[in-house]
Design a protein around this ligand. Structure first.
Ligand SMILES: [Cu+2]
Length: 205
């Protein structure tokens, strides 16, 4: 019984570990610099280049002076810094969840900030939202991993239960053998008594 509880506790730990290892990431756009008018127009492009954005992750735009974060819907609007079409967030920190594969475009709508390089392109998955990606969201993948681990653990667990059963069977067998020996001894004693009676009877006869 104790070993069964230990097994369950181990499984809970394994699930928690896997969940932690594959949790969704919140990216602070621009890293420590945050959301600023950058020193050069390639700053945010470089920042995004070495990151692998996935469905379920979030972007966090953090600023202190006057900025905004707008998700624009087309590359044309992004390229030419059109500030009228999109989802505008004017309070820092502004969070945008990455809910599906695709290419996301963000700009600042204040003054000339966008044309000075305060804009960023984020690619999730293959960057194409029209063809649905076969890859599962990160959390679902983690859940599948947990499920398969649990299944493996359960499979490993079964022989142990069998061992317990075999132990029970063995102890029952021992009991039966013991009973048989006692029975045989009883027979022997009974036989000895009978033989004794025969001898005694023979003497009398
Ligand atoms: Cu700005």
């Amino acid at each position: 019984m104790a070993s069964r509880i230990e097994g369950i506790v181990f499984l809970i730990f394994a699930v928690a570990l896997l969940e932690g290892a594959t949790a969704a990431t919140t990216y602070k756009v621009g890293g420590d610099a945050g959301w600023i008018v950058p020193v050069n127009t390639t700053f945010y492009e470089k920042w995004a280049a070495d990151k692998k954005f996935e469905v379920g992750d979030s972007l966090e735009f953090v600023w202190t002076s006057t900025h905004t974060a707008m998700e624009v819907t087309t590359k044309a609007d992004y390229d030419t810094c059109v500030k009228t079409n999109g989802i505008l967030k004017q309070t820092s920190p502004a969070t945008f969840p990455l809910t599906k594969d695709g290419t996301y475009y963000f700009i600042c709508t204040v003054g000339p900030h966008c044309s000075l390089g305060q804009k960023v392109t984020i690619v999730v998955g293959n960057g194409n939202s029209s063809s649905p990606s076969p890859s599962m969201p990160k959390n679902h993948a983690a859940f599948s991993a947990v499920l398969s681990t649990t299944t493996i653990a359960a499979a490993n667990y079964t022989p142990k239960t069998l061992v317990d059963r075999h132990k029970k069977m063995a102890s029952r067998l021992c009991f039966n053998i013991g009973f048989l020996i006692v029975g045989l001894l009883g027979l022997l004693v009974h036989g000895a008594n009978a033989a004794n009676k025969c001898i005694v009877g023979g003497d009398l006869g």
